[in-house]
Design a protein around this ligand. Sequence first.
Ligand code: 6PG
Length: 249
Amino acid sequence: MTHTELMIYREPEELAAGAAERISQAAAESIAARGRFTLCLTGGSTPRRAYTLLAQRQGPAAVDWSRTFLFFGDERFVPPDDDRSNYKMARESLLKNAPIAVDHVFPMPTNVASPQLGAAEYAGMLKQFFGDVAWPEFDLVLLGLGDDGHTASLFPGAAALEVRDRWTTCGPPGTLPPPVDRITLTFPLLNAARQVMFLVSGANKAAAFVDVYQGRVSVEKRPAVGIRPVNGRLVWLVDRAAAGPLAND
Ligand code: 6PG
């Protein structure tokens, strides 16, 4: 049974600060319980401010980066220095400001011949880190929401939505920019997480958010509705604009 929590923030800046605080809490809890924090980052633009605030935390409030390991939920199949790269966004907002070792960061490989090879290579990297387990359990998976209801690179109507026997897959561009091939974690791997946290900002997301949060649509139409952590927590951090009519509940 998924335990779901909704936090509505008045402004994007408050959402970013709330996200940084909660990520830091998850880090402290994970490290206390298991000696490490495995965090799967989302791409897109929404998390950028939260990542910067997370990296800026000092003293006891800071993340113990020496025990933290960063992964990616999806990636655009472009070079790591391309402005469309999720890794580049994370490097500029988080990695350059946080004292985290290079070998604690696991970007999805895009310097290979094809997205298929990149997906297969990433599965190998995950296996090397987590071991030969059925489904690795990230301590925290961060996700965004497209205004079409996609999450990670699981797009409406995509074949990737049906992949249930692998940790990673790849696919063609969705309808939203940027129009490049993608590598993505699959639903079963995302749903194996101890905690999944959506960060959603902006009025353009309200229709998709309400549909997904209320669970009234198909995974085909709004893929994010397929995110139901098997044993974990599901947390929605949204701003008032994205909450739409739910902001008045
Ligand atoms: C990506 C993301 C994607 C993103 C949503 C929301 O590669 O683009 O992983 O799933 O989270 O599209 O993007 P914004 O935060 O830019 O609205």
